[in-house]
Design a protein around this ligand. Structure first.
Ligand code: GLC
Length: 575
């Protein structure tokens, strides 16, 4: 059946004035045969923030043995890999993204033997361990930096970015991106926190040291890498002031350094020295790479297998600069367009589908209107997550429909970026109350509260004092309760994951969006040969007319079926 016949045969526009005319985004998608796909394309990935997953020692901080203990739970989600956020030695200024030794384990998380056991135990369940490489910057307590800052002439003197003069760049976590170092009498550059000095990728010794660290983890059995903040490794050829964008007189470093010309030369070398010839996958975090440039970054012609680009999660921010109190309202059609553009741009490569991670607020609070039923919303987002084309990434707690946390005072927040954004809002004239509204909406701590395993003290996460308070809904929302409820978000995730893992059309089929201008529904199809599935999701809190006829419902977040869509309803149809 070709596309035109399909539209004639199965789609009926029920009310011309209600729905925009059918406009199909022509993706030019090419279906890929399932047998040609790699293991990481056929299964999902589960992301773990070890600090908040499960504490086996009573320290209040999760650890690697906690991950080992829950491998059967993770396997029950049908995933093929676990992405672990950093577990390396770290002063924890940015919860592990400030690394003081790239080839060891922080004692808070366990030992190298624990890591090796985790790799082996996961392997028995068909699950690979994916390591997070934080190569744009290290910790200021890293031996490399301690040496570099000690003089202008030591062997590591230009392993970091030193200047006599500073520019007006604002770091991503707030304040100047330059810090004066008395010892050396110069400023060093830090894209993120003061304690996260940027490494100098111009220096071939630095690059080699980083490649060696990556290869170390591959030799330990890592199945792939998530590569942190990679767009910032190349700086512009000239260091000039940027345009002031806030009352603090500074200019966001993101606008100045993200994806600078020449970055791909480094990345091609990185690929050559580390990834080539290994049965692994790479997914790089790349805020600022436009969908139209994706082909240079991913797939056979690119450097990574997948790229976490930010267009759909940062839809509320201009140019990807996360100044929270400047968040804007956006239309559903804009959000759908961001997803469709990424789907189209990766039609011949691959895409990591995600709505949550340790940096984002919980998706049920972000992408659905405030009055929506949160469990239905969690299932609706899951329906999209498992039916877009690409590898679904599930972030711990997302599979239970976790909601944002809400702490009373800015002092209750641990996350460094939350404090930076709060300060910027205050500097721009907002009251504490106004600034806290944005903290509640966007703080990264929203998604970092401990995993909720059961209804016991601290949700079964720790026998000690949790490093970040457990969400106060844990008695109603936890793994133990959801295991027992066939209708839970957790069991819905399991069903969808099993469906995707066994469905050629969901793994390989072409993506096509229908009714892109509709501001209430997201509708898209996946097609492989004569098989077609359609996902339809109602993003409103009211009933909406069903714009399609025909098709057999195979799963949905309401058990029965009507000839209209109920609030937050999501359905997958088979044609
Ligand atoms: C990435 C990480 C984030 C971290 C930042 C600096 O964006 O995901 O958690 O704070 O890089 O390393």
């Amino acid at each position: 059946m070709n596309r035109r016949e399909f539209i004639k045969g199965t789609l009926a526009i029920s009310a011309a004035s209600f729905f925009s005319p059918t406009i199909l985004i022509d993706g030019g998608n090419r279906a890929m045969a399932k047998e040609n796909l790699s293991w990481w394309q056929k299964k999902s990935v589960y992301q773990i923030y070890p600090k908040s997953f499960l504490d086996t020692t009573g320290s209040g901080t999760g650890d690697l043995r906690g991950v080992i203990k829950k491998l059967d739970y993770i396997a029950s989600l049908g995933v093929g890999a676990i992405w672990l956020t950093p577990f390396f030695p770290s002063p924890m200024v940015d919860n592990g993204y400030d690394i003081s030794n790239y080839t060891d384990i922080d004692p808070r998380f366990g030992t190298m033997a624990d890591f090796e056991e985790l790799v082996a135990q996961a392997d028995k369940r068909g699950i690979k361990i994916v390591v997070d490489l934080v190569f744009n910057h290290s910790s200021d307590k890293n031996q490399w930096f301690l040496e570099s800052k000690s003089s202008k002439t030591n062997p590591k003197a230009d392993w970091y970015i030193w200047r006599d003069e500073k520019t007006n760049w604002r770091s991503i976590f707030g304040g100047s991106a330059w810090e004066f170092c008395e010892e050396r009498g110069q400023y060093y550059l830090h894209t993120f926190a003061t304690a996260q000095p940027d490494l100098n990728w111009e220096n071939p010794e630095v690059r080699q040291a980083l490649y060696d660290a990556a290869n170390f983890w591959l030799d330990k059995g890592a199945g792939g890498f998530r590569i942190d903040a990679i767009v910032y490794i190349k700086k512009p050829s000239e260091f000039k002031d940027g345009i002031v964008d806030s009352e603090d007189g500074l200019s966001s470093i993101h606008n100045i350094t993200a994806a600078c010309d020449g970055i791909l030369d480094y990345l091609r070398e990185f690929k050559e020295k580390v990834f080539v010839g290994r049965d692994i996958f790479t997914v790089a975090e790349a805020n600022g790479v436009k969908p139209e440039n994706l082909s240079e970054w991913v797939g056979k012609t690119g450097v990574f297998d997948m790229l976490f680009e930010f267009s759909h999660v940062n839809i509320m921010f201009n140019r990807g600069v996360e100044i929270w109190h400047r968040a804007r309202l956006y239309k559903l059609s804009e959000w759908k367009k961001a997803l469709s553009e990424s789907q189209i741009a990766t039609a011949n490569s691959w895409y990591p589908i995600y709505f949550e991670n340790h940096d984002r607020p919980r998706s049920v609070n972000t992408f659905f209107p405030s009055g929506s039923d949160k469990k239905l919303a969690a299932k609706a987002l899951a329906t999209i997550l498992f039916t877009l084309r690409g590898t679904p990434f599930i972030y711990q707690g997302e599979e239970l429909g976790f909601e944002n946390a809400k702490f009373n005072s800015i002092d209750d927040y641990d996350d460094i970026s939350t404090r930076g954004n709060y300060d910027l809002a205050r500097a721009d004239g907002l009251s504490d109350k106004q600034a806290m509204k944005f903290v509640h909406r966007f703080s990264r701590d929203n998604a970092r509260t401990p995993m909720q395993w059961d209804s016991s003290k601290n949700a079964g996460f720790t026998s000690g004092k949790a490093w970040l308070p457990v969400h106060d809904d844990f008695k109603a929302c936890n793994v133990e309760i959801q295991e027992k409820n066939p209708d839970s978000v957790l069991n819905f995730y399991r069903k969808l994951s099993a469906l995707r893992n066994s469905s050629e059309v969901l793994i390989s089929g072409e993506y096509e969006e229908l009714y892109p201008e509709n501001e209430e529904l997201y509708i898209f199809t996946r097609t492989l040969g004569d098989k077609k599935l359609m996902t339809i999701v109602n993003f409103t809190t009211h009933e909406v007319k069903m714009p399609i006829t025909g098709g057999k419902k195979i799963i949905g977040n309401y058990s029965d079926e009507k000839n209209y869509l109920r609030p937050t309803e999501a359905i997958i149809y088979e044609f």
